[in-house]
Design a protein around this ligand. Structure first.
Ligand SMILES: [Fe+2]
Ligand SMILES: [Fe+2]
Length: 362
């Protein structure tokens, strides 16, 4: 990574909106199993936060006919940083628009990533202030740790599936001041990039959609900070029939502890145990993983990330998760694009914008 004077202009991932065709079940998943608090209901949406999320919400669940990501918003480190990042996007011909219609947040710049994901930048954010009964005695904790499931502390990171990883990565580097901490290459092609604007291994990652689809969500991750919680959560999910995809194990890439599950609406959710490697070195070089070392990169302990889902399933998906698994049961490295094309219908390039749904009458 070369000198990057724009580093730290983006503070962190503040919030994500998920679409769900089963909004009540999705809400139950996040409240009962992951201990998130509901802070607001509005139209077809419900807003939630983990007990250490600083703002009014970090997760919005909006009813929709398909799973997927409504939008994701990054908070800048100052109002001036927001103006500078927007100017950089516009100078780079990345168009967008200003809005101010999200509960608990102010003026927001909305744009599409090079692959069509709905992304936003925001500075103004209302801090969550707990009512007396939810106030924690631990001063850095905005609310008590709830007595429900295995509670997550906060939102952690976003992983986007893309038809072209390099173009998404370039935008984050050029316009938002992200560093690419690690990447995976297959020959000359980048098939994965982990990008950071602070000292974490990543706030945003991007992986190639092996089906050739565009603009999908791979997963949203929530943070435990305690490795054992991933094992406890796995037991809970196993007992209560929540579909586990892979883990618990530790990635070589980022050294993060992972557990992947599918929430009932069909979106992939990652539970992040310990945060992994912290990037304190300001001019560290990007670490490049070759395919020959990918097994270590994916899972140090040998967990298998299934080809039929992990490298091919994102949301929105033209197939239900079960149908997808059936169609891709024999998919693997080196599959012919034609076979993929037969298995997957055309994925819409433009994902419905969240406002269209969130603004719908209740
Ligand atoms: Fe992740
Ligand atoms: Fe992961």
């Amino acid at each position: 990574m070369s000198e990057n004077t724009d580093r730290f202009e983006i503070a962190h991932l503040a919030r994500v909106e998920l679409f769900s065709p089963k909004p009540q079940e999705t809400e139950d998943f996040f409240t009962r199993f992951l201990g998130m608090y509901v802070t607001q209901r509005e139209g077809q949406s419900v807003y939630l936060r983990g007990y250490e999320d600083p703002y009014q919400w970090s997760l919005k669940i909006t009813e929709s006919d398909q799973a997927g990501m409504g939008h994701a918003a990054l908070r800048t480190s100052s109002p001036e940083a927001l103006e500078r990042r927007v100017k950089s996007l516009k100078d780079g011909n990345v168009d967008g628009r200003w809005s101010e219609d999200q509960f608990g947040f102010g003026k927001t710049f909305e744009y599409h990533s090079a692959d069509g994901h709905n992304l936003s930048l925001v500075w103004e954010a209302e801090k969550y202030v707990a009512p007396e009964e939810l106030r924690s005695k631990i001063l850095s904790r905005p609310s008590k740790k709830p007595l429900s499931g295995i509670p997550v502390k906060r939102i952690d990171h976003l992983n986007l599936m893309a038809s072209n990883v390099t173009s998404v990565k370039n935008e984050f580097e050029r316009h938002l001041g992200f560093r690419t901490t690690e990447r995976v290459v297959d020959g000359d092609e980048e098939i994965g990039a982990w990008m950071s604007s602070n000292i974490l291994g990543h706030e945003v990652a991007c992986m190639r959609d092996m089906t050739g689809g565009r603009g999908k969500l791979h997963h949203v991750a929530f943070y435990y900070g305690t490795g054992q919680h991933n094992m406890d959560a796995a037991e809970m999910f196993r007992d209560y029939d929540v579909q586990i995809e892979a883990g618990p194990d530790v990635h070589g890439i980022t050294q993060g502890q992972f557990l992947y599950v599918f929430e009932p609406g069909g979106n992939r959710i990652e539970l992040f145990g310990e945060a992994g490697y912290l990037h304190l070195d300001p001019d560290a070089q990007t670490k490049t993983w070759q395919m020959s070392d990918i097994d270590t990169g994916l899972a140090i302990g040998g967990a298998k990330l299934p080809w039929e889902t992990y490298f091919t399933y994102g949301t929105p998906s033209p197939l239900s998760l079960d149908q997808h698994i059936e169609q891709f049961a024999h998919f693997g490295p080196g599959a012919e694009p034609a076979a993929v094309a037969e298995a997957v219908e055309e994925t819409p390039i433009e994902i419905d914008h969240s406002r269209a749904v969130a603004g719908a009458p209740a």
